[in-house]
Design a protein around this ligand. Structure first.
Ligand code: RIB
Length: 305
């Protein structure tokens, strides 16, 4: 029996959030709302999202020895995440500068700080943590070498989920371990380049050819598409309709829920049907971690057409 349903290896950022009527063009200044500071980072977000749903969750990440680091540690603990793998020091805590417009869409600039100092050595030193997890999930706000070391350290039978965000060219050994690779349209187009095609089915087909065992394309309000390379089946998963207030971190909540449910034994489409409900709930409240639902707060499942 594994000690953790989900181990998240990834970033932890302090999110500095300002609401704007519209984003400034180059050379322009706009006035925004009061500043809000929230715990964030794609790794920290995934860990909190999974723990809030009831998953036994741990986070392997690095923060600075500073006030933002304390904020992030407290947020993880409050959500019930095991922080034995939260390393401290080496650089200031990562910071994300986020603007949110009236439609709930966001733009983000990340200063990685301590996230960039989460090294392959840190992964090797955390071998027992990795060995205790049923599912390991990563993103790309930490160095790609570190993610590659995660893949090399995985025990047979441990499932690996990757959201390549922000997107980068991925080595074959990382792609081959993904089950699934989780991307939105933007990430799919960057990974696929000119050969991307026009539809989610095109992107999934192209991505499967790169080597992952399965692919999930997130489609925002339209839900998700799953593509299981073992069965050649493509499934469109609709999302509940909700009024979006802030989409920040919704993809992280989706991926965390997906990974957790896969570890419990759901097939890919069933896990995605659960995860779209988590993502939909997350966009109805402000912030990333502050917006994540408990299992009892999820909107009902939408039957597939
Ligand atoms: O995915 C949302 C996250 O991206 C934010 O919390 C921010 O920290 C950036 O990492």
């Amino acid at each position: 029996m594994n000690e953790y349903d989900l181990l998240v290896v990834g970033s932890a950022n302090a999110d500095l959030v300002v609401g704007v009527e519209r984003r400034p063009a180059a050379g322009e200044t706009v006035l925004g709302s009061d500043l809000a500071v929230h715990p964030g980072g794609k790794g920290g977000n995934q860990a909190v999202a999974a723990a809030r749903l009831g998953a036994r969750t741990a986070l392997l990440a690095r923060v600075g020895d500073d006030a933002h680091g304390v904020l992030l540690l407290d947020a993880q603990r409050a959500a019930g995440v095991d922080t034995v793998g939260l390393l401290v020091g080496g650089a200031p805590t990562g910071v994300a500068l986020i603007t949110v417009d009236p439609s709930g869409d966001n733009s983000i600039v990340v200063s990685p700080g301590a996230n960039a100092r989460l090294t392959p050595d840190d992964i090797r030193a955390a071998g027992s943590l990795l060995a205790a997890a049923r599912v390991v999930s990563a993103q790309l706000e930490i160095p790609l070498d570190t993610v590659a070391e995660v893949v090399r350290t995985l025990r047979p039978g441990t499932r690996f989920v990757l959201n390549p965000s922000p997107p980068a060219e991925l080595p074959a050994e990382v792609l081959a371990a993904c089950d699934p690779l989780v991307v939105n349209e933007h990430e799919a187009r960057v990974v696929l380049g000119d050969a991307a095609g026009d539809t989610p089915e095109d992107w999934a087909r192209g991505l499967l050819k790169l080597g992952p065992r399965s692919v999930v394309i997130t489609l925002g309000a339209a839900g998700a598409l799953t593509a299981d390379g073992r069965t050649d089946s493509f499934v469109r998963v609709p999302s509940p309709r909700v009024d979006a207030v802030d989409t920040t971190g919704a993809g992280d909540a989706f991926t965390a829920a997906l990974g957790w449910r896969l570890g419990l034994g759901d097939d890919l489409a069933t896990a995605a049907a659960y995860a779209v409900r988590v993502g939909a709930a997350a966009v109805t409240r402000e912030g990333a971690q502050s917006s994540y639902p408990t299992a009892s707060e999820l909107p009902p499942e939408v039957p597939s057409p």
